[in-house]
Design a protein around this ligand. Sequence first.
Ligand SMILES: C[C@](O)(CO)[C@H](O)COP(=O)(O)OP(=O)(O)OC[C@H]1O[C@@H](n2ccc(N)nc2=O)[C@H](O)[C@@H]1O
Ligand SMILES: Nc1ncnc2c1ncn2[C@@H]1O[C@H](COP(=O)(O)OP(=O)(O)OP(=O)(O)O)[C@@H](O)[C@H]1O
Length: 317
Amino acid sequence: MRSYSLIAPAKINLYLEIISDRPDGYHELTMILQSIGLADQIDVHSISTDSIRVHCNHSQVPTDKSNLAYRAAELMAMQFPEAFAQYGGVEININKQIPVAAGLAGGSTNAAAVLVGIDLLWKLGLTQPELEELGGTLGSDVPFCVAGGTAIATGRGDQLSPLPSLDNIYIVLGKYRSLEVSTPWAYKTYREQFGDSYIRDSDNLAARANAVHSGAIVKAVVDKDPGEIAQKLHNDLERVVLPAYPQVLQLREVFANQEGVLGTMMSGSGPTVFALFESQQQAELVLRQVREAIINEDLELFVTRTITHGIKVVSSV
Ligand SMILES: C[C@](O)(CO)[C@H](O)COP(=O)(O)OP(=O)(O)OC[C@H]1O[C@@H](n2ccc(N)nc2=O)[C@H](O)[C@@H]1O
Ligand SMILES: Nc1ncnc2c1ncn2[C@@H]1O[C@H](COP(=O)(O)OP(=O)(O)OP(=O)(O)O)[C@@H](O)[C@H]1O
């Protein structure tokens, strides 16, 4: 095969708790990550020159080396120079549907798809843990994007433990097109404001265990109880992003006041806000109500749902 098309789903954070900072400059986290139906399509194919080329239909997405998909291809070329020499270069087409810089792991899932696609193109036969490990060198969210489904993520977000799959919880996503939140800014601001409460004593296991409060939502996920999951949603980064972005706070409040919303929260470092629903009908109704409550063409709204997979191959030629 010389060409693969892959679906690269976005993620939301059902839970994000910051435990402490780390010597490597990252933060120690406890998260629950969830793949959702909103996805980009990534096409990868071999080309005769020994170069990496990226094309994208979205004007805000760079196509040079700063694109995470480009960096994923470059990493594969460096790790597997013989395969790169044998199969030649790679052309990557990104059909972007996931809002950019939105807290939905758009770049990370594109990178994950390129790792999976090149593994297939070059017949490397890498295992999922090997792909996840490579992904971790590109970004903290990339290993989850390879695996997908529902998972607890610890460490800097790259250590994954799968949870039972959550299928068909319906979701409305809201994002202001012109608002972007920088992930490094969000973590840095959090550290400046709340760093005093970090548990830095790595030997004090009891203190670290007490610092993690994810037990109730993990139980709700294991019980597959959407109402209970929605009650236990949590994201520490809301503490810095909501005060700095009043529009995001307002959107969250509008969601919270709609009938049928099980729960609402900001995803990752934002600014996307999501709300959870029992049915697609309720989700579509609330989308229309929010559109009427906030008359602003800058606000984009999507209905989607939880899904049980990460990167998926849809065709090969
Ligand atoms: C906000 C989340 O999307 C939630 O899933 C992730 O924690 C961020 O994942 P990501 O975008 O893949 O992040 P990376 O590319 O690894 O890191 C971007 C920047 O975010 C900060 N960062 C990220 C992850 C982490 N555990 N601690 C951090 O402090 C660091 O400043 C880092 O330089
Ligand atoms: N393939 C890509 N898709 C989208 N953005 C990319 C990509 N590669 C690089 N970028 C750059 O990365 C920045 C962050 O975009 P991205 O959509 O990945 O953010 P995000 O969803 O907030 O990520 P995360 O949830 O992992 O923190 C953008 O401003 C964009 O310039």
